[in-house]
Design a protein around this ligand. Structure first.
Ligand SMILES: Nc1nc2c(c(=O)[nH]1)N[C@H]1C(S)=C(S)[C@@H](COP(=O)(O)OP(=O)(O)OC[C@H]3O[C@@H](n4cnc5c(=O)[nH]c(N)nc54)[C@H](O)[C@@H]3O)O[C@H]1N2
Ligand SMILES: Nc1nc2c(c(=O)[nH]1)N[C@H]1C(S)=C(S)[C@@H](COP(=O)(O)OP(=O)(O)OC[C@H]3O[C@@H](n4cnc5c(=O)[nH]c(N)nc54)[C@H](O)[C@@H]3O)O[C@H]1N2
Ligand SMILES: [Mo]
Length: 764
């Protein structure tokens, strides 16, 4: 890619012509521009495939093509003409490939053959599926304990693949399921389970059409959930208030020009995606919600004194909630000084937002990584839930909680059992169904798996998708640890750095992607299913010819490894590999919520899994929606670092041209950065204080006293409208600065939105 002047103008609105141009480039780049358009028309359609872009819900009738620039990127990236074939691996050694960037590796195209690493030649070499399965099985069966193996899952795996995987892993004997979700919405799962008895959001897409107020907290939908922009815009157009809390002014949260509206495109028009925008400090959201709760209580007192209608939903609180009085006391005891210092917002600003909440009948709160990737994320989400209980904003139309999921099936993977904390009901049902005992002890999450790899306790790693070492904190340390394993296996569509961290025995097993037709041996095409952020489950069937004739579906690969490792006794892996309906029948037998699974997914929009909290049934210990009794943290990382002008809090986030560790290109159009990813966004005043200027190259140094040196070399300073003391840059490059010992309370999610750093001028 040619290097351009890295800092340029950003467009006025998100979407629009910029998005169309980007789509055109992307389809041309895939080498399949015409068929590319045909494929896009099948994304998120009843008879097509689920878009691998994000987990935002699909509209009621699923008939109009939902335009999404980043969905096009995700689809065309998979449907590329490029191939990473055995010839490629013969040409480049693994050591050589390790010097390539993430972008260059994946940009070679689709993996075509199972490959085994040969340490003598330092090359990956083609092998047969049979010999790969046999050797992987031999390695797994030679471990002293099944708990020496780590089974990672990334959130693209279908329900069928994920369910078979957990069945295999548990029959093998462990609950070691480090999962991308551990680094993502884990805090939402933990907090919501404590608050409302289910670790999922409660709203449907149609609730966005009814809400009076929508809070969007710590989320950048313009890049990460572009289809949400259309829903936000529709909301503002009908007069709803969309209130944003985001540390940065994100373009997509201002204006959105809908490429599906022809006249608007011609006239260069756009619509608002928010009505009110506040920029808290990093980690300041719990303080905002506590401040708003204080004002709700004050308004209640005032209403009572004046003999007016109450503000609180007393019926809801009485009939449905526990711990209300304790929460109220805690809120009233929290000082405004504490709230203002921590949030970075004034009492007046918090008051404006609270007034909107108080006067609204129906409220939704949506959030993503800006909320979940801090030390006190679980407490923050419990605070959000408590705030919503005050006016009964849950379990009725137009109101509810909406953690906006990332990977397109990360929620489904959890539902069907990818969980290191083996759910008792699932284990009981699996035992009943399969007639053999299931492991019950807690297995490894991502942080535990990292620890086990570093200490040498773990011996084997199998990755069902994803890019473990690049997505995790302290990536160089983890890379070293992975290279010491006995066995590393990666089931993947495209080559990434994780695959080059070879253990003694190493395999890359190439699989079909969502866009491709999956035939069984009788030539019948197979459907998979996924669950979106709104608990809707629907079918997904590919339409493209597979990237290579050798590829197997994830289901077939898992069945192959399982059969070789465990034999075909307890589960008939051959039958499962042939017919996804059989897997779904088994899922429905152990998880009755799936009902008549096979029939339901053949309906156009699929079906909704029952959501207890959405029906005001609370599966919590108290049997009620449970108010939080957590204190506001005394200080956030930002507050702790106010002692000098030298330390900053860094958030690591996504550019517009990436999908997690997959880098599509080097531009971040909405933030005005072009052709460059090694940048750090900093407030101009802060830059001046440091004696630096925009464009200077700096080294970013992690400030943790644990003896580990963490330096990101030669990053360019970009002057940006960002709160004092807060800086921002892109993941995965900056994962070298994120310490693996700093994670969320109870969630164990790396605190990748509050990393302490300093700067020095780069010597390069
Ligand atoms: N195109 C594309 N789509 C994606 C992805 C992708 O990489 N590319 N990734 C997918 C995945 S797995 C996920 S989890 C989601 C991620 O979706 P997002 O959560 O939108 O992802 P981030 O890029 O991390 O953006 C975090 C946002 O929160 C803000 N923020 C950071 N810290 C704070 C804070 O303390 N308080 C507040 N109020 N705001 C804060 C940041 O300024 C930024 O706007 O997107 C999914 N969709
Ligand atoms: N510093 C920092 N770190 C973070 C985050 C952050 O905001 N900041 N975000 C975290 C979050 S939210 C997440 S979800 C994780 C993401 O972590 P992961 O899910 O592990 O990473 P991805 O980049 O999504 O994985 C990309 C790889 O998946 C493979 N792949 C793509 N499609 C398929 C498929 O259909 N099947 C299979 N088997 N493989 C496929 C390709 O080989 C591709 O290279 O990263 C986390 N890490
Ligand atoms: Mo995620």
């Amino acid at each position: 890619m040619a290097k351009k002047n890295p800092i340029g103008k950003s467009s006025k609105a998100a979407g629009g012509w910029g998005a169309l141009k980007s789509v055109g480039n992307q389809l041309l780049g895939s080498g399949k521009p015409v068929s590319g358009v045909r494929i896009m028309l099948k994304a998120n359609q009843p008879d097509g495939f689920d878009c691998p872009g994000c987990a935002w819900g699909d509209p009621e009738h699923g008939s109009s093509f939902e335009f999404c620039e980043n969905g096009v990127k995700a689809v065309s990236w998979e449907a590329t003409k490029g191939r990473t074939s055995p010839g490629f691996f013969a040409k480049y050694s693994v050591s050589e490939l390790r010097t390539w960037s993430d972008y260059e590796l994946e940009n070679q195209g689709r993996l075509t053959n199972p490959m085994r690493y040969n340490a003598q030649t330092d090359h990956y070499e083609p092998v047969s599926w049979g010999s790969a399965f046999a050797e992987i099985a031999k390695e797994l069966n030679s471990l002293e304990s099944p708990n020496q193996a780590e089974f990672y899952t990334s959130g693209r795996a279908s329900n069928e693949a994920a369910f078979l995987y957990q069945t295999f892993v548990r029959l093998y004997g462990t609950n070691n399921f480090p999962d991308c979700s551990n680094m993502c919405h884990e805090a939402s799962g933990v907090a919501l389970t404590e608050s409302i008895g289910i670790g999922k959001g409660t709203v449907l897409l149609e609730d966005f059409e009814k809400a009076d107020v929508i809070f969007v907290v710590g989320q950048n939908p313009g890049t990460n959930h572009p289809r949400m922009l259309a829903d936000l815009r529709k909301a503002t157009e009908r007069g709803a208030r969309v209130i944003v809390f985001n540390t940065l002014k994100e373009k997509g949260l201002h204006r959105f020009s809908d490429p599906q509206k022809k006249l608007e495109m011609i006239r260069g028009g756009s619509g608002s995606t928010s009505t009110d925008y506040y920029r808290p400090l990093l980690g300041g959201d719990m303080a905002i919600f506590r401040g708003m709760a204080k004002l709700v209580f004050a308004a209640e007192d005032a209403a009572q004194a004046a003999g007016k209608e109450p503000v609180l939903d007393h019926d809801f609180i009485r009939d449905h909630c526990s711990d209300f009085e304790a929460y109220k006391k805690l809120v009233q005891e929290t000082s405004w000084e504490h709230i203002e210092n921590q949030s970075g917002l004034t009492r007046e600003q918090i008051g404006e937002a609270a007034d909107l909440y108080i006067s609204a009948d129906k409220v939704i709160t949506a959030w993503a990584m800006g909320v979940t990737q801090h030390k006190h994320s679980v407490q923050t989400i419990r605070e959000i839930s408590s705030f919503m209980f005050l006016k009964g904003n849950i379990g009725r139309p137009g109101a509810g909680l909406c953690p906006v999921r990332g990977h397109s099936n990360v929620q489904g993977d959890r539902t069907v059992g990818i969980n290191e904390k083996a759910p008792a009901a699932l284990m009981d049902a699996m035992e009943r169904e399969l007639g053999v005992p299931m492991p019950r002890e807690r297995g490894h999450n991502v942080i535990d798996a990292i620890g086990a790899m570093m200490s040498g306790q773990a011996k084997a790693f199998i990755g069902l998708g994803g890019n473990f070492a690049r997505a995790t904190p302290d990536s160089p340390l983890i890379a070293d640890a992975m290279c010491k394993l006995n066995l590393t296996v990666n089931i993947a569509t495209k080559l990434n750095h994780g695959h080059l961290l070879t253990g003694k025995v190493s395999y890359i097993l190439p699989c079909l992607g969502r866009t491709e037709i999956d035939y069984n041996s009788k030539g019948e095409s197979q459907l998979v299913t996924v669950e979106d952020s709104m608990s809707m489950v629907h079918g997904s069937g590919g339409i493209n010819k597979p990237a290579s004739e050798v590829l197997k579906s994830e289901v077939k690969i898992i069945s192959g490894i399982a059969n070789a490792t465990l034999g075909n006794g307890v589960v008939d892996w051959h039958a499962m590999a042939e017919d996804n309906d059989k897997i779904r029948d088994l899922i429905a037998r152990v998880l009755p919520m799936f009902g008549d699974y096979n029939a339901q997914i053949r309906k156009p929009r699929g079906f909704r899994l029952r959501n207890s909290a959405a029906e005001r049934e609370w599966n919590t210990p108290s049997g009620k929606a449970t108010f939080s009794t957590d204190d506001l943290p005394e200080q956030t990382e930002w507050q702790r670092n106010q002692k000098d002008d030298q330390t900053f809090i860094l958030q690591t986030f996504r550019s517009h041209d990436q999908y997690n560790t997959t880098v599509y290109g080097l531009d971040d159009r909405y933030r005005g950065v072009y052709g460059e990813r090694e940048v750090v966004f900093i407030n101009p005043e802060d830059m001046k204080k440091l004696g630096f200027k925009a464009g200077d190259r700096v080294d970013i140094i992690g400030c943790y006293d644990d003896g580990i040196e963490r330096i990101a070399h030669n990053f360019m300073l970009v002057s940006y409208d960002i709160p004092y003391g807060c800086v921002a840059g892109y993941y995965p490059e900056l994962n070298i600065l994120v310490p693996h010992q700093t994670f969320g309370d109870k969630s164990f999610t790396p605190a990748s939105k509050s990393v302490e750093v300093r700067f020095r001028l780069s010597s390069k």
